[in-house]
Design a protein around this ligand. Structure first.
Ligand SMILES: C[S@@+](CC[C@H](N)C(=O)[O-])C[C@H]1O[C@@H](n2cnc3c(N)ncnc32)[C@H](O)[C@@H]1O
Length: 264
């Protein structure tokens, strides 16, 4: 599979599935720079997580978050769409993990009863669902299966930082890049990109009360080469710096990934 072939696939679900024939999700969060997103997200989930809580991980990928929390003894239900990610996830489940892994689409969580989870994670479907109708269906389903006092976490890919990140990879990007020259809206392929205000509107339209907004990885991809060379002590300090400023309003538009914490 290459990008040309992927582009030709018109069925959205099949296109999402085949996207992960190209992207290696299992190893995406392994480098020090990429791990900033994971460690920041975990830090925020742990602010709300209490012993015995039930977690639902929607768009679980290769299981980074599900496996992390299952290893800590939590009962995790995970829903994932892509064949490759399901296979990678299954390979890493240990017999002692309390994980229920289901292959499916975030817009239909009928395999889960109403009000059954304390913590609901949606880190993936909103990177891929193109229609507002589908995004709202996914949010409505997440709300339905969330308990009354559940905390819901949503991640988006930030349109305005991706331009800078792409330019950092390719200095021709301004001439050749896949973005609207007037509005700087990135083409939604193979991922779907949102501005900060766009994310807020999607969640508010879905009836989510936003509790926190977090620049989950900030400039970490832009700075990857430098961050990956930090020794462990300096990396800890970089993380502390990132956590010191990742909720500052002026940082939010300058992050490849945006994390929203909310209630229904
Ligand atoms: C970039 S990965 C992120 C995986 C993991 N949640 C994480 O944050 O590391 C996005 C994941 O969302 C999944 N996904 C996208 N749209 C989906 C949908 N409609 N239903 C279920 N999973 C979906 C993809 O297959 C992919 O595994």
């Amino acid at each position: 599979m290459n990008f040309e072939e992927l582009y030709q696939i018109k069925d959205e679900i099949e296109q999402i599935n085949r996207t992960y024939d190209i992207f290696d999700e299992e190893h995406r969060l392994c480098s020090k720079s990429a791990r900033v997103e994971f460690l920041t997200t975990v830090k925020y989930i742990e602010k709300y997580l209490r012993p015995g809580m039930k977690i639902l991980d929607i768009g679980a990928g290769a299981g980074a978050y599900s496996l992390y929390f299952a290893e800590k003894g939590y009962e995790v239900s995970a829903l994932e769409l892509a064949d490759n990610n399901i296979a990678a996830f299954r390979r890493n489940i240990k017999p002692e993990h309390k994980i229920g892994l289901t292959q499916g689409n975030a817009v239909d969580l009928s395999c889960y009863p109403d009000e059954s989870f304390d913590i609901v994670l949606m880190f993936g479907p909103l990177y891929h669902l193109h229609s507002e109708d589908d995004r709202q269906k996914a949010i409505a389903e997440a709300k339905r299966v969330a308990k009354k006092d559940a905390v819901l976490f949503f991640a988006f890919i930030g349109n305005d930082m991706i331009f800078i990140t792409e330019l950092n990879y390719d200095s021709n990007y301004i001439k050749t890049g896949d973005f609207d020259q007037e509005t700087f809206k990135m083409d939604d392929f193979p991922f779907v990109f949102h501005t900060l205000d766009g994310c807020r509107k999607i969640l508010r339209d879905g009836g989510i009360e936003i509790l926190r907004e977090v620049a989950s990885d900030g400039v970490s991809e832009l700075m990857a080469e430098k961050i990956n060379k930090l020794d462990d002590e300096d990396y800890e300090t970089y993380l502390r710096y990132h956590w010191y400023c990742c909720e500052k309003p002026e940082m939010l538009g300058r992050s490849n990934h945006l994390l929203f914490v909310g209630k229904k």
